[in-house]
Write a protein of this length. Sequence first.
Length: 75
Amino acid sequence: MVLGRLFHFTFDAVMVSTVLAGVKKNSGFGFDVDKFSDPTLKSVAEKYFGVGETVFGMIQGTAVNSGYFTNRPSS
């Protein structure tokens, strides 16, 4: 029960980080971790957003190499 909740919370946190990485990749706007004065909190935030960028890169790589996705120009 507790392990299921922990997994669910971790999955949700990774998905939020992945969405924020997608926003950063597509718009250039990212979370400014330099605003944190505590070096430990800054390090944790950098690692958290780094996980999202890694997951986003893996998803993007899978989509590019998959036959189910096509690159169509936006209208």
